[in-house]
Design a protein around this ligand. Structure first.
Ligand code: NAD
Length: 326
């Protein structure tokens, strides 16, 4: 049988670099594209192109064959410290929209067989996420649209863009809305890191019986999905005949204070928590997995604490290594 070909856009990023490994493991020929190489380990891709996907010429060049599977994960993104301050709104909208406009158009022209687009839980209306105990994030609650960030608006626009290419040009699209993916080899410092990585870093860096800072009162709720489970969901969606959009997330919702306690428990390090002002996002958010259960007959099962333990171990190693430099 001929080897299947795949293209991973954003292959230097957190999810993209893990996805490349997974596709290689499954026997694909993989081309990765990104502005940068993966930060924490060597790429597993057969071919890795350093290129800017906002550039039409780059998109035409990398789409030199009718790939069996394209994964469009490239985006200008980061955690709350990056997307909720407002300082990066123009970049977030312009850069990511341009990448998606190019990939939908040139992907169609190249005759690709399938394209996956990573949308986000950030598309869900802020008005449904004010109660931390009972947020509503079922797929059909996306409209009337009211995302709480420009990042969410861009994702919603791009979902519609890919669906329009599907209707008008027969592009075979698959769309998932990721809910807070975390794991080893994700950004853990520098301002773009997400809550699980930031909290693990703070716990790892804190002195014995010291304290860590948490943004807000810590009562805001979220759910977090371990990277391996995310990739399992993506691959199952790609192999199904369902288009989405579908949530890929965990239904194990926790308050940020609970997440901090969990990180201290896996680190075996009891610390004080100090609440400070910081960018927060919505009050509550959780994945709703009814649709994925019914369409893919699957949902993620790993406990948050198990994923957090693996992530903490990796981040604690990074913290120790970075101390060796000083
Ligand atoms: P990431 O920032 O680690 O990866 C994105 C990659 O895209 C980066 O390596 C970046 O260099 C690359 N990129 C950005 N602009 C580019 C350009 N112009 N040309 C080429 N490459 C470019 O993020 P991630 O966590 O791996 O997320 C992957 C995708 O999943 C993103 O689209 C993100 O919006 C989406 N998503 C992620 C989460 C999450 O919790 N991680 C949640 C919801 C949605």
């Amino acid at each position: 049988m001929e080897q299947k070909t795949s293209l991973v856009c954003g292959a230097g990023g957190f999810i993209g670099s893990h996805l490349v490994k997974r596709l290689k493991y499954e026997g694909f020929w993989v081309r990765g594209v990104d502005l940068k190489y993966p930060e924490f380990s060597k790429t597993a891709a057969d071919d890795f192109v350093i290129g800017d996907l906002r550039d039409q010429g780059v998109c035409q060049k990398i789409l030199d064959r009718p790939f069996d599977e394209v994964y469009q994960l490239a985006a200008d993104m980061g955690g709350a410290g990056y997307i909720f301050t407002g300082e990066h709104d123009a970049d977030v909208m312009h850069n990511s929209a341009q990448i998606n406009l190019n990939m939908a158009y040139y992907g169609t022209k190249a005759g690709i067989k399938k394209i996956f687009f990573s949308s986000s839980a950030c598309i869900y209306p802020a008005y449904n996420q004010t109660d931390p105990e009972n947020p509503k994030c079922s797929e059909d609650s996306a409209y009337p649209a009211a995302p709480d960030s420009e990042y969410g608006w861009e994702k919603l626009f791009s979902e519609r863009l890919y669906l329009a290419f599907h209707r008008n040009h027969g592009l075979n699209v698959k769309i998932a809305r990721f809910h807070n993916i975390f794991g080893p080899e994700g950004t853990w410092k520098g301002g773009r890191e997400k809550a699980p990585a930031a909290i693990c870093r703070k716990v790892a860096e804190a002195p014995e019986y010291g304290e860590i800072e948490i943004w807000g009162d810590g009562k805001q709720t979220r759910s977090f999905l371990f990277i391996d489970e995310c990739l399992e969901g993506v691959r199952r969606l790609m192999d199904s005949d369902f288009l989405g959009p579908v949530n890929i997330g965990s239904e194990e919702m926790v308050a940020i204070n609970q997440l901090a306690e969990m990180a201290m428990r896996v680190a075996d390090k009891p610390l004080q928590v100090k609440h400070i002002n910081g960018p927060l996002g919505v009050r509550g958010r959780n994945s709703d997995n009814k649709l994925i259960r019914s369409k893919l007959n699957w949902e993620p099962g790993l406990r948050l604490e198990d994923g957090l333990r693996k992530t903490y171990q990796w981040i604690a190693e990074q913290v120790s290594k970075s101390r060796l430099w000083f």
